[in-house]
Ligand binder design. Structure first.
Ligand code: SF4
Length: 566
C-alpha cells in the first residue's frame, strides 16, 4: 500500500515524492548541515513554546496524546485540541499533521474544526490594498479576530508551504466530516501572532483549495505511477531537475550526480522550471549548448521579425520567450570556462584605491549586531593610523543597548582613523560587501543614540563625504559568475582561503549560540573573531584581484569553444 500523501509534500518536488517511496538505486546519506539542524531546533522550540502558551491560556484546551485521545477529543467537541495525532482521510491516501485543531462551530455532521500550524517565520508583510484576519494566542478563534488593514501573507516558500499544508489538513478534515464550513486555517508566526486565512475562493491563490487540489492530484498521479513502477509495470515516473529546493533535499547527492553527469541545463543557476522546459524544447539540453548560444542575438530577438520562410536559430525563439536569456548564456559560459568571466573591458575592471583603506565587516544574530571588525591597509604612513585588524565585540548581553555600545566603540575608532587620514592630506576609503547589511546595522545601532555615541546625522554625513564602497556592487558589475556573486565565491576565485573549513553566515549563528554569555565557549569566540577577520581580509583580497588578475579573465562575450547545440 503506498504511503499516504503528507501536507508538506504538496509543495515538494514530484521527484522527491517518488524517491521517498522507493528509489531505483541506493541513496546516500542526506546532507548533514548544522544550519538545517539549527533551523529545525529553533522551529521545534518555537512550536513547543507556542503550544505551551496555548495550553496555559485556555482551561478548555486538551493535549491529545495519541490516536484514541485525539478521536475522543474531536468526538466530544473539545474547543482546542493541541498536538493531535496525525489525521488520516477516509481512504488512507492522505495524512495531515497540525499543531492544533480549533473548534469553530458545527457543520452538518457535528463539530467543525480548523487546522492551526505554528511557523518560526514571518507570515505577513505590508500590502497597501490587502487585509488579513489577525488574532492572538489568548483568543485563538476566528470570531475573536479582527481585520488588520494593509497586511497580506508573504509569498515566501515557507508561507506557501504552510498554506498548502493547511489546505491539505482541511481536505482531510472534510473527508472525516469535521471541516469548518468556511474552510479557514490559522497560521501562528514567529512572534506568536495568529492569522486566519480563508482557503476557499481566491483570496490566497497560492494556497487556495483549488490550487491545492491541482497539486495534490498531480502528486497522487506520481504515487500511482510509482506503484506501477514498484510492481515492474512501468519505468520510474519522475526525473530530477535542479531548482531551489534541491540544496536542502535529502536526495541532493543522488540527483546532482545524475544531472552533473549529463551537464543538465537545469544546473544553470536561477533558471525556472518553465525556462528549463523551453530550453529543452529547442534542443538546448546542456549547459554547454546554452553557453554556445549568441547572447547578442538573444537580446535582439525581442525586436526581430520572425518570418516563417526565413532561417532562424534557437536564440530567435528563446530570446522572445525567456526574459534575460543572455544572462543565462553568460552563467552557462562561466560554468563551461570553469572560472568567473570578465564583464567589462580590461581597463574598466578594478576597484578604487586610497592611501588608507579600511575593510569593514559585522556579525549579527537575529537582527542584533554583536561584532564589528575592520582591517586597515596603509599605502603611506599616516600619524595616528596603524595598519592591521581591529575588532569590537560584545559576548554577554545582546540587546538594543549592547548593540549601540559596540557600535559606538567601533565608530569612535573608525572616525578617528578617517579624521587622522584627512588631516594628513591622505585619501581614505572604506569597503564592505553588501552595504545594505552594514548600513542597516549602523542605522539600527544609532536608533537610540548613546551619550557620546554617533547619531544618524553622523552616519549620513559620513556617507555623503567618504568613499564607502559596496564591493558586491562593484564585483557584480564587473565579474560574471555561474551562480550567486557572493563573497565566498568571488574571494575564492581571487585565491583567498578562510581559516575555518565551513565558513558561512548561517554557521556563524550556531557558533554565536555557543559563544554568548558569561560561560561562552572560548573556542566558538575564537572561531567567530577569525571568521570576521577573514571576511575583512577576503574583501581586501577581492579588491586586489579586481585591480590585477581579474583583468586577465576571459570576457563573457567570447563564446570559448563549447559544442554547438544539435
Ligand atoms: S534533489 Fe532536487 S530534484 Fe532531487 S528530489 Fe530533491 S528537490 Fe527533487
Amino acid at each position: 500500500v503506498p504511503r499516504p500523501l503528507r501536507g508538506d509534500e504538496i509543495s515538494a518536488c514530484v521527484h522527491r515524492v517518488a524517491l521517498s517511496r522507493g528509489a531505483p538505486e541506493p541513496v546516500g546519506p542526506p546532507p548533514d548541515s548544522p544550519e538545517q539542524a539549527r533551523r529545525r531546533r529553533e522551529a521545534d522550540q518555537h512550536r513547543r513554546a507556542t503550544l505551551a502558551r496555548l495550553g496555559q491560556s485556555h482551561a478548555a484546551a486538551v493535549v491529545a496524546r495519541g490516536e484514541e485521545a485525539t478521536r475522543e477529543a474531536l468526538d466530544a467537541g473539545r474547543e482546542l485540541v493541541l498536538s493531535p495525532s496525525p489525521l488520516y482521510d477516509r481512504d488512507g491516501e492522505r495524512v495531515a499533521v497540525v499543531q492544533a485543531l480549533v473548534r469553530v462551530g458545527r457543520n452538518d455532521s457535528g463539530f467543525a474544526y480548523a487546522p492551526l500550524l505554528v511557523k518560526n517565520a514571518e507570515v505577513v508583510e505590508a500590502a497597501a490594498t490587502r487585509r488579513i484576519l489577525r488574532g492572538d494566542l489568548a483568543r485563538p478563534w476566528p470570531s475573536e479576530a479582527a481585520y488588520a488593514e494593509g497586511l497580506g501573507t508573504r509569498g515566501s516558500p515557507s508561507v506557501v508551504r504552510a498554506g498548502l499544508a493547511l489546505a491539505h489538513a482541511t481536505r482531510v478534515l472534510e473527508s472525516r466530516g469535521l471541516a469548518d464550513p468556511l474552510r479557514r486555517g490559522a497560521l501562528v508566526d514567529r512572534h506568536g501572532t495568529l492569522y486566519w486565512v480563508e482557503l476557499d475562493g481566491d483570496a490566497y491563490p497560492r494556497f487556495s483549495l483549488s490550487t491545492y487540489d491541482r497539486l495534490a492530484e498531480e502528486r497522487h498521479g506520481v504515487i500511482e505511477a510509482h506503484r506501477r513502477w514498484s510492481a515492474g509495470e512501468a519505468s520510474f515516473p519522475t526525473s530530477p531537475y535542479w531548482h531551489r529546493q534541491c540544496p536542502e533535499c535529502p536526495y541532493v547527492t543522488l540527483c546532482e550526480s545524475h544531472l552533473e553527469a549529463g551537464d543538465d541545463v537545469s544546473l544553470t543557476r536561477f533558471t525556472s522550471f518553465d525556462q528549463q522546459v523551453l530550453l529543452r524544447e529547442h534542443g538546448i539540453a546542456t549547459r554547454a549548448a546554452l553557453a554556445a548560444l549568441d547572447p547578442a542575438r538573444a537580446r535582439a530577438a525581442r525586436n526581430r521579425v520572425l518570418r516563417p520562410e526565413g532561417e532562424s536559430r534557437p536564440e530567435d525563439h528563446l530570446g522572445r520567450a525567456i526574459d534575460k536569456l543572455d544572462e543565462l548564456i553568460f552563467r552557462a559560459r562561466a560554468h563551461v570556462a570553469g572560472s568567473p568571466l570578465r564583464v567589462r573591458a580590461r581597463e574598466e575592471t578594478g576597484c578604487e584605491r586610497a592611501d588608507v583603506e579600511v575593510d569593514v565587516d559585522m556579525e549579527s544574530y537575529h537582527d542584533r549586531t554583536y561584532l564589528w571588525g575592520a582591517l586597515v591597509t596603509t599605502g603611506r604612513d599616516v600619524d595616528g593610523v596603524d595598519a592591521g585588524f581591529r575588532s569590537f565585540v560584545e559576548w554577554d548581553d545582546l540587546d538594543e543597548a549592547s548593540e549601540a555600545r559596540v557600535f559606538r566603540d567601533f565608530w569612535r575608532w573608525f572616525s578617528q582613523v578617517e579624521a587622522a587620514t584627512r588631516s594628513a592630506g591622505a585619501s581614505f576609503a572604506a569597503y564592505c560587501f553588501w552595504a545594505q547589511a552594514e548600513d542597516s546595522a549602523m542605522n539600527r545601532a544609532v536608533g537610540r543614540p548613546l551619550e557620546g555615541g554617533p547619531t544618524r546625522a553622523d552616519l549620513d554625513a559620513f556617507r555623503a563625504r567618504a568613499r564607502w564602497v559596496d564591493l558586491h556592487e562593484v564585483a557584480r558589475r564587473q565579474i560574471q559568475t555561474e551562480g550567486p556573486a557572493g563573497l565566498k565565491v568571488l574571494a575564492s576565485a581571487a585565491g583567498f582561503n578562510w581559516r575555518d573549513p565551513t565558513p558561512s553566515g548561517e554557521a556563524s549563528m550556531t557558533w554565536f549560540e555557543e559563544a554568548r554569555g558569561p560561560a561562552g565557549s572560548p573556542e566558538a569566540r575564537r572561531r567567530l573573531l577569525e571568521y570576521n577577520e577573514d571576511d575583512c581580509r577576503a574583501t581586501r583580497a577581492l579588491r586586489e584581484w579586481l585591480n590585477g588578475p581579474a583583468r586577465d579573465l576571459a570576457s563573457r562575450d567570447e563564446p570559448g569553444a563549447p559544442p554547438r547545440p544539435r
